[in-house]
Design a binder for this molecule. Structure first.
Ligand code: PSU
Ligand code: MN
Length: 307
């Protein structure tokens, strides 16, 4: 799939910024609508936009509102994402039906990348990407995020895949898809709530400038294809590996018992983990998203300086 650029409706600010080649950072909306409880979700969405601005870039939060694919939301639209229980979760294959029915949907990392690529936005920020599921060898649960990261010419800034995924399997699959995976100030792939997964990476960058030059080279040499940057959750809010593993095992047991499948898995797991760890997992989730917004914006600014 590839979106036609003319179907995207830009906010005036985002349109002007892209037109003037100013740095723009794409932000996803599934983490707002389905990833965190209200009012934390709204606070995080607003804080991310503010952090991107502080770093000198323009935020473009992405969503489908009443059937219209949007880059750059108004305040009330952002609020709707955070509060309206009827907001759907759109992976790319859902776009035609959501548009035809004039429905409202949050977009996942993969579908955000489709919009960002068509819009000419080169940096996308999320919390954790979808990955290869823990039982993928039997149930084929592999997130469409991975395919989108491989296809679209955009950098994805994340804190790893959600911790309840098969992390080594996810990294193997990214290798198959030919995605460069880079650690930001780390030599291991981060594990979402936890700084490290024990999975070593071949590539590491230490500054926004280094990340930007890798991205600039990718954009120059390849007509297609993205890049993945793993930024560990800030130390102060990180959960220990043991804490994370314990919460995940308990949540996975609930998931199997309740026979939840498909798109509902991720929202279920996030809220089950939060119920098990108390507020600690939510605090870590918030901290890593804020940090990723800051780092992503610094990279977008550095990229624009290179261009
Ligand atoms: N990570 C989070 N919270 C989320 C998601 C990821 O911490 O809400 C969302 C992202 O939008 C991601 C999507 O793209 O879950 C992946 O869903 P799935 O595993 O169903 O492909
Ligand atoms: Mn899945």
């Amino acid at each position: 799939m590839s979106l036609r650029p003319e179907v995207i409706h830009f906010s005036e600010e985002v349109r002007e910024a892209l037109h003037a080649d100013k740095p723009v950072v794409a932000l996803e909306s599934t983490i707002i609508a389905h990833g965190m409880p209200y009012p934390t979700n709204l606070e995080v969405a607003q804080a991310c936009e503010a952090l991107v601005r502080e770093a000198g870039a323009i935020p473009a939060t992405l969503a489908i509102i009443d059937g219209v694919i949007r880059a750059g939301l108004t305040g009330p639209e952002l609020e709707r994402m955070a509060t309206d229980k009827k907001v759907l979760k759109a992976v790319e294959r859902d776009f035609p039906l959501i548009v035809a029915r004039k429905a409202t949907a949050a977009v996942t990392a993969g579908s955000s990348l489709a919009i960002a690529a068509a819009a000419g936005i080169r940096v996308f920020v999320t919390g954790g990407i979808g990955g290869v599921g823990a039982l993928a060898a039997q149930d084929f649960d592999i997130s469409a995020d991975l395919v989108a990261i491989a296809q679209y010419p955009c950098l994805t800034v994340c804190s790893g895949t959600k911790a309840f995924m098969d992390i080594p399997g996810t990294l193997e699959y990214l290798e198959t898809l030919r995605v460069p995976v880079i650690g930001y100030q780390t030599s291991e792939f981060p594990m979402f709530y936890t700084r490290s997964s024990g999975c070593k990476l071949e590539w590491r960058v230490n500054t926004p400038e280094e990340a930007a030059s890798a991205l600039a080279a990718q954009l120059k040499i390849s007509a297609q294809g993205g890049m993945l940057l793993g930024v560990p959750v800030p130390e102060a809010e990180a959960l220990s590996e043991a804490e994370t593993r314990r919460a995940i095992d308990a949540a996975l047991a609930q998931l199997r018992e309740q026979e939840i499948v498909g798109k509902a898995v991720t929202p279920f797991m996030l809220s089950a983990i939060k119920a098990i760890t108390g507020e600690a997992s939510l605090r870590a989730n918030v901290a890593l998203i804020h940090n990723n917004a800051r780092v992503g914006a610094q990279i977008a600014v550095a990229l624009s300086a290179l261009e």
